[in-house]
Design a protein. Sequence first.
Length: 241
Amino acid sequence: MEQALDLLALSPPGWGGNLLRGLNHSLQIAFGAFGFGLLIGLLGAYGKLYGGPVTRDLLAVYTTVVRAVPELVLILILYYVGSDLINQASEALGGGRVEISGVAAGIWVLGVVQGAYATEILRGAIKAVPSGQIEAARAYGMSPVLMMRRVTIPAMMSFAIPGLANLWLIATKDTALLAVVGFNELTQETRQAASSTRAYFTFFLAAGVLYLMVSLASGRIFGRIEKWARKGQPSLRKAGA
């Protein structure tokens, strides 16, 4: 036990500081990817519901492919293909090769994956909004943007929060897949610490505890958000009684 505590100490020769640094990188990527995915999802949901035939078909292909292909394969494709395209564009414009930040690349890669799932979650939430509210907003002459900001998004929040909460937890765990392209997130830092000390059980157990703490804290936060979003609505327990 004492040896494990020494290995997990925050200062050298302990590796606790490395694990926390990896957790910080994981959370940065997860926050960025979740936000980027929400933006894609909101645009994608509106495109699927109200866009033209071409827009709907392109979005259908996007969401189908991303949800069908394993996420590890998508990460490898998006990372290497995206990096190659950026460098080709830079060289075509007369510039040199571009050094892409690991955090920025991670946000881009996971954000595209998150966007496909967010599109379907938000599309379902928008369809769950009572049609009378939409019709009333149109009758008042609201523009589509104003109607989205003041009617649709507030009304759909209570329907979308449970799915978005699960999507956030997926984002935090999917950061571990970025270790395959060399990002120093929590899993990569854990692997390096374990291989250097041969204390595999100690470090991977510690990493599991950190992921669990993030999940528990996230669950409480999203629970409060859902409670706020359902404020003024009939209780589901009372409705089912």
